[in-house]
Design a protein around this ligand. Structure first.
Ligand code: NAP
Length: 310
């Protein structure tokens, strides 16, 4: 029977996978206090302990726009080290299927749309997240090197912006949806304006964490062997930050105090990704609508406010 190691198993995506796997006994969900994967020996010891046959590698130093701008050294070095160690150990321990996790935010800044899998290295990433992006790009290079030199089935998934329960809702470090949910919660509580950083104009594709988990498990169970695969909704499901903020405000029943702080950075204007390969392989994606996903996430945040990451 396969033994599956999920690195970053306590994060938003790891928790979503845990919620939908029927038999937990063949899965091990690791996290940083069990093994700091940026240290080779600690990573090696984890592999000795669990001897995985398959790996879903989610562990990463992750954050939104402002963490990417303000913590460039950590975003580069931690992610490079984590990926280097996990891929190397996967090879050393004979892992037969490895799934590494990239992101559509690491694609070139100046590009044509929609972006597809083969365009990853066609130009520099946006300056705001270049450290994170280059570290993630090296994960793809490393997986391809192991594929070519040793014939390993090491592949990378490329999700768009993910959101859902168990996300990081911190006001400065978080991604856009959890950050806005926390802000709107506080604005309503204190009867203040709900201030969105930037103009609200940038466009994004969002995927609900449970939908992403479903695709990752399908890739795992079918041992999909593409070099990389974009996991995203259709390009025409792209929506603006303004639409997201309005939806969140509606969910909190606090629609009238929404304002925009145009002095804050917008980041990249759009990153529209092509999900053609995914649709060809998977068929009907049957995704959670942004309305339902935001509704569930807002309710989860309200019900877990005391203990959630924030
Ligand atoms: N969130 C998004 O919008 C988004 C979009 C595209 C791609 N991705 C990618 O999707 C993956 C999962 O993201 P997520 O949002 O689920 O992340 P997350 O909630 O921030 O979770 C990160 C996970 O990585 C672990 N981790 C961090 N540093 C580690 C270290 N040095 N050693 C071992 N484990 C470490 C954390 O463990 P602790 O809990 O112990 O700290 C946690 O389990 C990441 O690879 C990310 O780059 C995310």
């Amino acid at each position: 029977m396969d033994k599956i190691l999920i690195t970053g198993g306590t994060g938003m995506v790891g928790k979503a996978i845990k919620e939908i796997v029927k038999d937990n006994s063949s899965y091990h969900f690791s996290y940083s206090h069990e093994a700091d994967l940026s240290k080779y020996q600690s990573c090696y010891d984890l592999f000795v302990k669990y001897k995985p046959t398959k790996v879903i590698h989610l562990a990463a130093n992750v954050g939104g726009l402002y963490k990417n701008i303000n913590e460039k050294v950590d975003m580069l070095e931690k992610n490079l080290l984590i990926n280097l160690n996990v891929v190397k150990c996967s090879y050393q321990f004979g892992v037969k299927h490895f799934i590494g996790c990239l992101s559509t935010c690491i694609f070139p800044d100046k590009t044509t749309y929609p972006i597809h899998e083969k365009m990853l290295h066609n130009g520099p990433p946006h300056i705001s997240n270049d450290s994170y992006a280059y570290a993630k790009r090296m994960l793809e290079i490393q997986c391809n090197a192991y594929r070519e030199q040793y014939g390993c089935n090491f592949m990378c998934i490329i999700p768009t912006n993910i959101y859902g329960p168990h996300d990081n809702f911190n006001l400065t470090d978080s991604h856009v949806i959890p950050g806005l949910i926390h802000k709107c919660y506080l604005a309503k509580k204190n009867s203040q304006d709900f201030i969105v950083s930037g103009t609200g104009k940038p466009l994004r594709q969002f995927i609900y964490s449970r939908d992403l988990a479903k695709f990752i498990l399908w890739i795992l169970n079918n041992e999909i062997s593409n070099e990389s695969l974009i996991l995203a909704p259709n390009p025409d499901d792209e929506i603006s930050i303004e639409q997201v903020a309005k939806r969140i405000a509606k969910e909190f029943n606090y629609p009238d105090r929404l304002t925009y702080d145009n002095t804050r950075s917008d980041g990249q204007y759009r990153k529209t990704a092509d999900n053609k390969c995914l649709r060809q392989l998977y068929g009907d994606l049957d995704l959670t609508s942004i309305e339902s996903g935001i509704k569930e996430t807002v309710h989860w945040f309200q019900n877990n406010f005391q203990n959630c990451r924030k």
